[in-house]
Design a protein around this ligand. Structure first.
Ligand SMILES: Cc1ncc(COP(=O)(O)O)c(C=O)c1O
Length: 486
């Protein structure tokens, strides 16, 4: 009797190859420091090494892992390396990875409560936990008027906040009639570019997104905000939304939330607080003063996928008034109707974001929080901040370098003074290029007050004192060479 070939991986094979894949990941993490942090391949190099056509017949699983090693690893920038100091981190951890694996294993699509009640209820529960863990206002709790939802990214959270603000300001008519070109939103010159994108997508238009001036420390000026809102009102426009940032991307500047919130209250504007990376610091009570006034926010978000050991993607987004968000994003076609939804007793998270389908992301967050406990998470945040502050002190003490911004947490912005002003940028660019080409560490730059500035962010899961010490040593070595060549 001929047995029909199924093509599927059998359960035994899955078990065997699954162990092999986990072993491979564990080995990768244990030898991660041996790779150049920034991938050194040239454009097109990875594709050129891949077969032109897909395989007609299935291949043995062993070949796949071998090809990850041979073809893929050279093209990987090692975000999980402890020598990764670039951008903001995107850190991961054992419990986060395993939580994601379990989520893949369950293969749940949680668009409605009824399509997997645990997917919704665990998410609501973990988001309520985090309100307490981060010292956020109680109005964000699902048991009060608000609630939290996991989004893919801070960009999506900002878009949802802006959409809800738009609808609230127009009595929910823009959804029906479209925008009239008179709505105005506000951010600062330092706000993340995702707000500009949100203004494009939400139909506000980038010309109606006002970028408010910042002070000497790159924080939004509430007086300038108030003046602009009043000018727009006098011009017959409809101000509706302000985004304030706790820890800007360029320099980790802290917008004064209390003063901005007061302006928003006075003019009835929606205040969205973007704490994409620095929100994680709020696990530690001693850093919460950086977001004083957060109780005035209509929405708030941070990315556990940046600094809270929860692998990408995972953004936590809260609103103070869930009705406003749901009324903005809810549509109920016949094919999604079900008893639980009709009963009004459940949350259907499809009404809380752009897309319909959703992954079981709360599992990895739950695994992370349970594995580390609040104590473990605080320990690592404090350690990263301590290491960054130590680095800032070394920069301060070296008269060849200067700090370019306040360093309130784990990001240090600095530059080499590099001879005359004309070649300072070139020297700093050269220092960065040399370091990144060496593969020993990876850091990135920004421009502050028109000058090229190096950024070193301590936030990778396994970064320890020895990595930051070596980074400083390597920076000084390359700085000497770059300055000599200038
Ligand atoms: C302050 C801030 N907001 C938003 C974002 C966008 O993050 P995401 O990739 O989650 O959209 C970033 C990214 O670095 C950020 O620093």
């Amino acid at each position: 009797m001929s047995e029909e070939k199924s093509f599927h991986m059998t359960s035994d094979e899955f078990r065997r190859y699954g162990h092999a894949a986990v072993d491979w990941i564990a080995d990768y993490h244990s030898r991660i420091e041996s790779f150049p942090v920034l991938s050194q391949v040239k454009p097109g190099e990875i594709r050129a090494a891949l077969p032109k056509n897909p395989p007609a017949q299935g291949e043995p699983f062993e070949w796949l892992l071998k090809d990850v090693e041979r073809l893929i690893l050279p093209g990987v920038t090692h975000w999980q390396s402890p020598n990764f100091f670039a951008y903001f981190p995107c850190n991961a951890s054992g419990p986060g990875i395993l939580g994601d694996l379990v989520s893949s294993g369950l293969g749940v699509q949680g668009m409605l409560w009824s399509t997997s009640p645990a997917c919704t209820e665990l998410e609501t529960h973990v988001m309520d936990w985090l309100v307490g863990m981060l010292g956020l206002p109680e109005k964000f709790l699902s048991s009060k008027s608000g609630g939290g939802v996991i989004q893919d990214t801070a960009s999506s959270a900002a878009l949802c906040a802006l959409l809800a603000a738009r609808e609230r300001a127009t009595n929910y008519s823009s959804n029906k009639k479209g925008c009239n070109g008179r709505l105005v939103a506000y951010a600062s010159t330092q706000t993340h570019s995702s707000l500009e994108k949100a203004a494009m997508i939400a139909g506000i238009g980038t010309e109606n997104l006002r970028l408010i001036d910042v002070d000497d420390n790159f924080a939004m000026r509430p007086d300038a905000l108030a003046r602009q809102i009043e000018a727009d009102q006098r011009a017959g426009l409809t101000p509706c939304f302000v985004c304030a940032t706790v820890g800007t991307t360029s320099s980790n500047a802290m917008d004064p939330i209390a003063a901005i919130g007061e302006v928003c209250q006075r003019h009835n504007l929606w205040l969205h607080v973007d704490a994409a990376m620095s929100g994680t610091a709020m696990l530690c009570p001693e850093f919460r003063h950086l977001q004083n006034g957060v109780e005035l926010a209509d929405s708030y978000n941070f990315n556990p996928h940046k600094w809270m050991f929860t692998n990408f993607d995972c953004n936590c987004f809260w609103v103070a008034d869930r009705k406003a968000l749901i009324q903005t994003l809810s549509i109920l076609p016949e094919y999604l109707r079900n008893q639980a939804t009709e009963s009004g007793a459940v949350i259907d998270y499809r009404d809380w974001h752009i897309q319909l389908g959703r992954r079981f992301r709360s599992l990895k967050l739950w695994f992370v929080i349970r594995h580390y406990g609040v104590e473990g998470l605080r320990h690592h945040v404090r350690e990263h901040v301590r290491l960054a502050q130590e680095f800032a002190e070394w920069v301060r003490e070296d008269d060849r370098f200067e700090l370019a911004a306040l360093a309130p947490l784990n990001l240090v912005c600095f530059r080499h003074k590099g001879g005359d002003a004309a070649n300072q940028d070139a020297v700093n660019q050269s220092i960065m290029d040399r370091l990144n080409r060496s593969g020993d560490l990876f850091l990135t730059h920004t421009k502050l007050k028109g000058k090229l500035t190096l950024r070193l962010c301590v936030g990778q899961t396994n970064t320890q004192a020895r990595h930051v010490e070596r980074a400083w040593k390597r920076i000084r070595e390359e700085a000497e060479k770059a300055a000599a060549a200038a």
